[in-house]
Design a protein around this ligand. Structure first.
Ligand code: S3P
Length: 753
């Protein structure tokens, strides 16, 4: 235990469940000071002594308070004032030597009591609230684990004595709780919604049902739903009466919001309005998963998909083979766009082959939060009930897009054209990535956007701006920026024209045209006019060539390999990897070529053939931008030097991919030279001899770095261990399963975080 809790004598006033559990928790961690209690019920004191929770106690505060170094007020909220008055009478005038804290569920009323009794909130009084409890009451129910992993909110006043605050923090930390601070008003507002309202509803529901004639039947047959919803109606009535008196205004405000929501739902049920019901239930169901993950500290998509989370490490056996037929998941870029355009279209869009990865799911969830009813995904099928160009609703909080740069940048364009304010935020990696590249041209169009320092997320987008079309020369080859501007252009007056320095993926243009929104192109420039509309239609998402790449490279470097990848998107703006591998000498053939929903697809067969190093043609760089981590592994297995230049964009992807790959290659012992916009890699290709060694590599949370080094193991002399692989789930949730199927030996450690 914590020497940190150095109280010589702790006095708990009110020895019920909360006070008793505090004593029990301190005992369990070996607190060596004295614990005393004061309670009007002498039998509770006796029980506390019998249970070994307290050393002594009594019913008179005047006898217990003197000599205490800390006093915890664990009495009902409405009893607080009289207890404070008694304390004021017995404690020395300055109260400087005794720290006082409380556990009340509302804070403004208790602060008011303190002001009335002491004339002000004494600096040694630190108000607090452990967010833990049980429907049980009394010291007999004391539980030493009650606070473990629960939150305790402290609401110190600005002039609090810092030593008192440290001591109260230490007290709660010793019980295993996480201690937070907020101000009194925020505490009461938050608790009204998260605790007081649900208790009010549970009391009311049980009471209403209990008064109906068939009550016995209702209770006898009441199953899970009733039980889950009403457990808290068994809580202490007096305590809750006090809370509702004390936090009246905040509770009434939250009840008003609830009643408004309930009457909308009532209307939907009455009218049999399936879209409205689905929209509410979908949003709620996903929000519930999201809450769960917040409680468990995981990402909600990971929670939702039951995927690896937390610290995930891949341990990859050296060698193995690369054989088989595979279908990799749906294209990430097209999956994002299918949800975005489907949501804004008029009518219902059915999507097949949707990527159920965390990135595209983040986009899906964000639209749910803006009121769009979306069914699925279920085995790649999603049904989107479009709301039309102006049908989105203001989200109730920031839109969280996880690891996805595409989602954030495309959303920025869409949201700039909405009537409401919005905020876009992401995970730690995304929050470091540059967003000035979209914010700057959007501002030229008239959008009002705030970013954090250096143009980083979060993005705060002010609604209601009147956008005007612009003629914009992209400073970098970026499909995300192009798409962002085209999306904003749909809401702008006049034409929005974007000129690209090199061709980039054109999925946005193709899909807009497919949804009946004309986008034109002449050479390097594409444009559209604002004010159009989208008409829903079916979308068949091809397999992602960027995911297929890991298996193309696996086969390209492994003697004897033969892999066929089915139904892969081979849009001309995405096939840099095919062109580059072919130039390096790979044996690739395309078959079953077809067009699905405006996108060309093919089966790609690749058989091993020795690779040679090349100078990567500059025009292929934007067409293979996501494929370089894997291509660097191909280069490490090619005879001679492979040179890449003009690829500075790689430095601002999910990681600095030039440096992250160079660091990993160095660990494997692959000779290379890094330059600002590229790298030279000196490869080896002697069949039967490993091309490099093994080692432990940090993927820096970048999915493509993790997958590239997994494939590298096929030609390694020793095991490759790759840390921080959980984000593989952003783009390729079943990567390990497919890698294993073709003959790689991957062991996943720490899946369940
Ligand atoms: C994407 C565009 C590319 C790519 C990203 C997806 C898209 O980014 O790297 O994975 O879907 O538009 P940039 O536009 O930043 O090059």
């Amino acid at each position: 235990m914590p020497n940190r809790v150095s109280e010589s004598r702790l006095l708990i006033v009110g020895l019920g469940l909360i006070g008793g559990s505090l004593a029990a928790a301190l005992r369990e961690v070996g607190f060596d000071g004295k614990i005393a209690a004061c309670d009007p019920d002498a039998s509770e004191i006796e029980r506390g002594i019998d249970m070994g929770l307290i050393d002594s106690g009594g019913t008179a505060l005047s006898q217990q308070a003197p000599g205490a170094s800390m006093i915890v007020l664990a009495v009902p909220v409405l009893a607080m004032e009289s207890v404070m008055r008694e304390l004021a009478d017995v404690l020395p005038e300055d109260m400087a030597h005794v720290v006082i804290t409380d556990v009340g569920s509302t804070k403004a009323t208790i602060r008011d009591c303190a002001r009335r009794v002491f004339g002000r909130v004494p600096p040694t009084l630190v108000l607090g609230h452990p967010i833990a409890g049980s429907e049980k009451s009394g010291v007999a129910a004391a539980n030493p684990k009650l606070y473990v992993n629960h939150k305790v909110i402290l609401t110190p006043e600005p002039d609090v004595d810092p030593d008192a605050l440290t001591r109260v923090r230490a007290l709660w930390q010793a019980t295993g709780a996480e201690v937070l601070e907020m101000d009194v008003a925020q505490h009461d507002h938050v608790l009204a919604r998260t605790s007081h309202l649900p208790h009010l509803l549970a009391f009311s529901l049980v009471d209403t049902l209990a008064r109906q004639d068939q009550r016995l039947d209702i209770f006898r047959y009441a199953a899970g739903g009733f039980r889950d919803f009403t457990r808290i109606a068994g809580s202490d009535p007096v305590m809750w009466r006090d809370i509702f008196i004390a936090n009246r205004d905040a509770v009434l405000a939250s009840l008003d919001d609830f009643e408004a929501g309930l009457s909308k739902l009532r209307a939907a049920v009455e009218a049999g309005n399936s879209d409205a019901m689905l929209a509410t239930f979908d949003r709620a169901s996903h929000a519930r998963h999201y809450f769960e993950s917040l409680l468990n500290d995981t990402s909600y998509q990971a929670e939702y998909l039951m995927q690896p989370q937390g610290q995930v490490t891949y341990r990859v056996r050296p060698g193995g083979q690369a054989q088989g037929r595979l279908r990799v998941p749906g294209d990430k870029s097209i999956s994002h766009r299918s949800i975005m355009l489907g949501a804004l279209a008029e009518g219902v869009s059915e999507v097949k082959g949707f990527l159920e990865g965390e990135d595209s799911l983040a986009t899906l969830q964000a639209f749910r939060e803006m009121g769009v009813a979306i069914e699925g995904p279920h085995q790649g099928r999603v049904t989107i009930h479009g709301v039309g160009m102006h049908g989105l609703k203001a989200p109730s909080g920031p839109l969280y897009v996880g690891n996805s740069g595409t989602a954030m940048r495309l959303f920025a364009g869409l949201l700039a054209g909405q009537a409401f304010d919005s905020e876009l935020t992401g995970d730690a990696s995304l929050n470091k990535r540059p967003m000035g590249r979209v914010a700057d041209p959007l501002r030229l169009m008239g959008a009002v956007i705030d970013t954090a320092e250096g143009g980083r997320p979060p993005l705060n987008i002010h609604g209601g701006a009147a956008l005007k079309g612009i003629d914009y020369d992209l400073p970098m080859a970026s499909a995300q920026v192009k798409s962002c501007l085209l999306f904003a252009g749909m809401y702008a007056e006049g034409e929005t024209r974007v000129r690209e320095p090199a061709p980039t993926r054109d999925h946005t243009e193709r899909m807009l045209n497919g949804f009946g929104y004309p986008v034109q192109r002449d050479g390097d420039t594409c444009w559209l006019a604002g004010g159009g509309k989208l008409t829903a239609g079916p979308i068949d998402v091809p397999s992602d060539i960027s995911s297929a790449t890991f298996f193309l490279v696996a086969a390209a470097i492994t003697p004897g390999a033969d892999i066929t990848l089915e139904h892969v998107g081979i849009n001309p703006t995405r096939i840099g990897v095919i062109n580059i591998l072919t130039l390096m000498g790979a044996d690739l053939t395309l078959s079953s070529q077809a067009e699905v929903g405006g996108e060309p697809v093919a089966d790609i067969r690749i058989r091993y053939a020795p690779l040679k190093g090349i100078d990567i043609p500059a025009d292929q760089v934007p067409l293979a931008i996501d494929e370089f981590p894997a291509l660097f592994i191909a280069a490490a297995n090619a005879e001679g030097t492979t040179r890449l230049r003009g690829a500075e964009e790689l430095r601002v992807k999910e990681s600095d991919r030039i440096q992250a790959m160079a660091d990993g290659l160095a660990i494997l012992g692959v000779e290379h030279t890094v330059v600002e916009d590229g790298i030279d890699i000196v490869g080896n290709n002697r069949e039967n001899v490993p091309s490099y060694g093994g080692g432990r590599i940090d993927s820096l949370g970048d999915h493509r770095i993790a997958m590239a080094f997994t494939v590298a193991a096929l030609r390694a002399g020793n095991e490759i261990v790759i840390d921080d692989c959980a984000n593989v789930g952003t783009s390729f949730p079943n990567f390990v399963e497919l890698a294993t199927r073709i003959g790689l030996g991957v062991k996943v450690e720490g899946e369940n975080g």
